[in-house]
Ligand binder design. Structure first.
Ligand SMILES: Nc1nc2c(ncn2[C@@H]2O[C@H](COP(=O)(O)O[C@H]3[C@@H](O)[C@H](n4cnc5c(=O)[nH]c(N)nc54)O[C@@H]3COP(=O)(O)O)[C@@H](O)[C@H]2O)c(=O)[nH]1
Length: 860
């Protein structure tokens, strides 16, 4: 039976007292309880829980001796119930539990519950062992272990760190060693491979070490330089002092830098830059090093660029360099001179002037396109100066490219070609114009004419060419001088310009020849109208100073398409027609006709035949006697040339002399006549025939030739003829063409002792006052006057006057063309000295004359 709480002792089973004593004597804290209350407790338990009497425990729920919550937060009552249930179930339960003392303090304890089965039912005996001390001990042990562990950990940590530091130090040392080795290799490489020559010297300037570049600069092998003194090796004699100074300066611990010359092994001087410095370790100077750079190339380049810059600056051509954006980066002096822009005004700015092509709206982008494409462009452009003036320039543009092949700059070189253009224009003008009158010349006329023909071919119209030759211009020029002649021609030119339409063209071909192009006409008559207007406008005399000069002209006309298909043939035919006009007596107009060309062709053939005749000696002289009108005996002969043509027989001089004048053969023919006449005169003399005067005709062209006197004198001398036996006959007109020159020529002739006769006198309207100024000896009265005698009263009067005047001037008179005795007598009566004519004798061969001379009788 289980005693109710408070009544424990009496209710113990068995030997209650004994067991009680034993129970109470237990040193262990033991509680006995049921599931809901404590039924017994040992004193040790009462003490353990801090109670003073067991009664304070008995009856309480076992969980009342616990704090409400266990250390792990478990509800103590629920936990206790669980352990109790476990003990009841399994008979035993063992666990640790947090208990609470009476004073509220807690302590850990080990609880061992054992189920005790009694008859009245099972109870639980719980032995409570206070674990406070054990726990405390454990805690202290744990704390100590922790502390030891901590210290151990710390120590380990320290060892680890120290180990790591050591490792780092080792690694650092290894790195340093490697770095030092690398550095050494690096510096060695730098030294060896340096493009600059490096030399290391000791304190006595002896070479310790050199690199390859240094050897290359001076042309040495390494074994040739080791231990040698540097100055002795490479300093030229002339720079000995400078070398020593540099060495001393470096030894004085002062770095030096110099650009100078040094000598190679082969003696050649090289430009070098030198950098010298001491090598110091601490305060000790252990060596000296020098860095040498061969700057010969640089010097050359500097010199070249200096020269290039000077050339660029001073070149006569304007130069402008643009960057790729066409902004000016450089210009030269000529640029400023040509454009008027100062350097400061253009540098950094866009190209300062533009071609006028652009201003005019023309596209000059082609220039830039071509430039970018071909790298070069050249041509003429018009530009504007700063002042606004435009000028032509010859522009040459080139591109400069960078390393990537991209255009980096443009180089513009240009010349002001204003003067050149003007010169060209003048040349062009001169090439196509006559300088005296400013009229178009033959070249331009022909071009214009050809174009007019082209137009006429298309339009079906007519083109007329007028070929003008001023009549007697040569007389004006020769007698009044070239200045007067020039002014005369200018006046003629301006009159011609006045008279033609604007669409027509007047041109001077040279001398007194003019041509007029009459363009775009419907009727050839219109050309005649123009020609008449020309004649009319020239009919008024030209006044030059005190002279009034007649300005008539002969005009030849040709027409397209009738007279030629091109300018040359039209001009040639107009020229032919003009000659025809001249032949017709001048101051007239002549249209070209086809037969004129036939004549021209004939003349061409004739010219050739004349040339052959001279070569083949087909000429012969006939001689016409001149008879003294007192004795009627021969006193002289006139040599008259004939052409013994193999087919045509004897050709008269009137046929070939004018042709010989035109084609230039007259000089040669005249010489032959002189020679033959002289030879014949000497031959007659040598035959013992009576001496007689030999008269030779001189043509106009021959008379104007400078060598006339020389030739005459040579023929006289070589023939052995007496100059006094020779006469020359010239016409009035020949004297009057250029009176001064004629006088000089005649005076020279007279000085030779040759007499002079004026032929055809009376026809040339010569001023009688002139005659006394000329060294003339004979006047030959022209046949045209003699012919009319004695009936023609005018002729009679003229002949009388001529004879009277000649007498007055103490000149002898010879009458030509005497065909009748009446004429002979009349002339003799008038006082004529001599006479020539068929009445006395026709011109005869030399042999016939010889016969007459032998007979020495009066003629006829
Ligand atoms: N420069 C040279 N001119 C020369 C030379 N030989 C001749 N001529 C010139 O040629 C012209 C023609 O000469 P030609 O046919 O010889 O006639 C001469 C006489 O034959 C002719 N004449 C003489 N008398 C009469 C006459 O009574 N009646 C008549 N109808 N004719 C006559 O006159 C000519 C000579 O004339 P001129 O010279 O004026 O005295 C003629 O101009 C010659 O000059 C020559 O070598 N060189």
């Amino acid at each position: 039976m289980i005693k109710e709480p408070g009544t424990t002792s009496e209710k113990l089973p068995g030997d209650d007292r004994l067991y009680r004593r034993l129970f109470e004597a237990s040193t262990h804290a033991v509680l006995v309880y049921t599931s809901s209350q404590i039924v017994a407790a040992t004193p040790a338990a009462v003490r353990l829980y801090g109670y003073s009497d067991v009664s304070q425990i008995i009856g309480r729920h076992p969980a009342d001796l616990s704090p409400p919550k266990q250390a792990d937060g478990l509800d103590s009552r629920a936990g206790a119930a669980s352990h109790i249930r476990e003990a009841y179930a399994s008979g035993i339960s063992h666990f640790e539990w947090l208990h609470q003392r009476a004073d509220g303090t807690t302590f850990p304890a080990e609880v061992s519950m054992t189920r005790l089965d009694f008859q009245e039912g099972p109870v639980l005996r719980a032995t409570i062992r206070d674990l406070s001390e054990q726990k405390e001990m454990e805690a202290r042990l744990r704390q100590r272990a922790d502390s030891l562990e901590h210290r151990l950990h710390e120590r380990n940590q320290e060892l680890l760190e120290s180990n790591q530091a050591l490792e780092r130090e080792v690694a650092a040392l290894q790195n340093t060693e490697r770095a030092l080795s690398d550095q050494k290799a690096f510096f060695k490489q730098l030294f060896d491979a340096s493009p600059e020559g490096i030399v290391l010297l000791d304190r006595e300037d002896r070479i310790l070490k050199v690199n390859q570049a240094w050897l290359d600069i001076f042309g040495y092998q390494v074994e040739e330089v080791a231990g040698r003194t540097i100055n002795e090796l490479i300093v030229p004699d002339m720079l000995e002092q400078e070398g020593s100074t540099l060495s001393e300066t470096v030894l004085d611990r002062r770095p030096v830098q110099a650009e100078t010359k040094r000598q190679r092994k082969d003696g050649v001087l090289v430009d070098v830059s030198i950098l010298g410095a001491p090598v110091l370790i601490g305060d000790d100077q252990i060596a000296v090093y020098g860095i040498y750079r061969d700057i010969s190339g640089q010097r050359r380049m500097e010199e070249e660029s200096r020269l290039a810059a000077a050339a660029l600056e001073n070149t006569a051509e304007g130069v402008m360099i643009l960057d790729r954006d066409r902004r000016v980066v450089k210009v030269n002096k000529a640029f400023a001179r040509i454009t008027g822009y100062g350097k400061q005004e253009v540098i950094g700015r866009p190209m300062p002037f533009r071609s006028l092509q652009r201003e005019r709206g023309e596209d000059d982008r082609d220039i830039w396109r071509a430039l970018d494409q071909d790298g070069h462009w050249e041509g003429e452009v018009w530009n504007r100066r700063k002042g606004g003036e435009t000028y032509p320039e010859l522009l040459s543009l080139s591109t400069l490219k960078d390393g990537q092949g991209q255009v980096s700059h443009y180089v513009c070189v240009f010349n002001d070609i204003s003067e050149h253009k003007e010169y060209q224009r003048q040349l062009e003008f001169l090439a196509h114009h006559d300088t005296l009158t400013g009229l178009p010349n033959r070249t331009l006329f022909q071009q214009e004419c050809q174009q007019a023909i082209g137009r006429a071919k298309r339009s079906g119209k007519v083109v007329g060419i007028l070929f003008l030759d001023m009549d007697h211009f040569k007389t004006i020029n020769d007698s009044l001088g070239h200045p007067v002649g020039d002014r005369f021609l200018k006046d003629v030119a301006s009159r011609l310009k006045e008279v033609i339409r604007e669409s027509d063209l007047v041109s001077r071909f040279g001398g007194d020849e003019f041509a007029i192009l009459v363009d775009n006409i419907d009727d050839p008559e219109d050309v005649a109208t123009v020609a008449n207007k020309v004649r009319e406008v020239l009919s008024e005399p030209v006044r030059v100073d005190e002279y009034e000069l007649a300005a008539s002209c002969s005009i030849g006309i040709s027409l397209f398409p009738a007279d030629g298909e091109d300018a040359s043939s039209l001009l040639r035919n107009a020229d032919t027609a003009m000659y025809r006009a001249k032949e017709k007596g001048r101051n007239c107009i002549q249209f070209f006709s086809a037969d004129m060309n036939a004549r021209a062709y004939e003349e061409l053939l004739m010219s050739k035949a004349l040339r052959d005749a001279l070569d083949q000696e087909q000429f012969v002289l006939h001689y016409q006697p001149s008879v003294c009108l007192d004795t009627f005996k021969i006193v002289g002969v006139e040599a008259l040339v004939r052409w013994e043509h193999p087919e045509q027989g004897l050709v008269p001089p009137s046929t070939f002399i004018p042709l010989a004048e035109r084609n230039g053969l007259i000089g040669e023919l005249g010489r032959w006549v002189f020679r033959e006449a002289c030879r014949q005169a000497v031959a007659w003399r040598d035959q013992g025939l009576p001496s007689l005067r030999m008269a030779v005709n001189v043509s106009a062209r021959q008379f104007g030739q400078r060598h006339l006197i020389t030739e005459l004198s040579r023929e006289i001398d070589s023939s052995g003829m007496l100059a006094s036996d020779l006469h020359i006959e010239i016409t009035e007109s020949m004297m009057m063409e250029n009176p001064d020159r004629a006088r000089r020529t005649l005076e020279a002739v007279a000085r030779m002792g040759v007499d002079i006769a004026v032929d055809d006198f009376g026809t040339g309207h010569s001023s009688l006052s002139y005659l006394k100024d000329f060294p003339i000896h004979y006047l030959k009265v022209d046949r045209s006057f003699v012919m009319g005698l004695p009936e023609d009263q005018d002729a009679l009067a003229i002949v009388r006057a001529i004879v009277a005047m000649a007498k007055n001037l103490k000149l002898k008179v010879i009458a030509e063309g005497v065909e009748t005795a009446r004429q002979r007598d009349l002339l003799a009566e008038m006082g004529c000295d001599e006479a020539q004519g068929y009445f006395f004798s026709r011109p005869r061969r030399a042999a016939d004359i010889a016969q007459l001379l032998k007979e020495n009788r009066p003629l006829p």
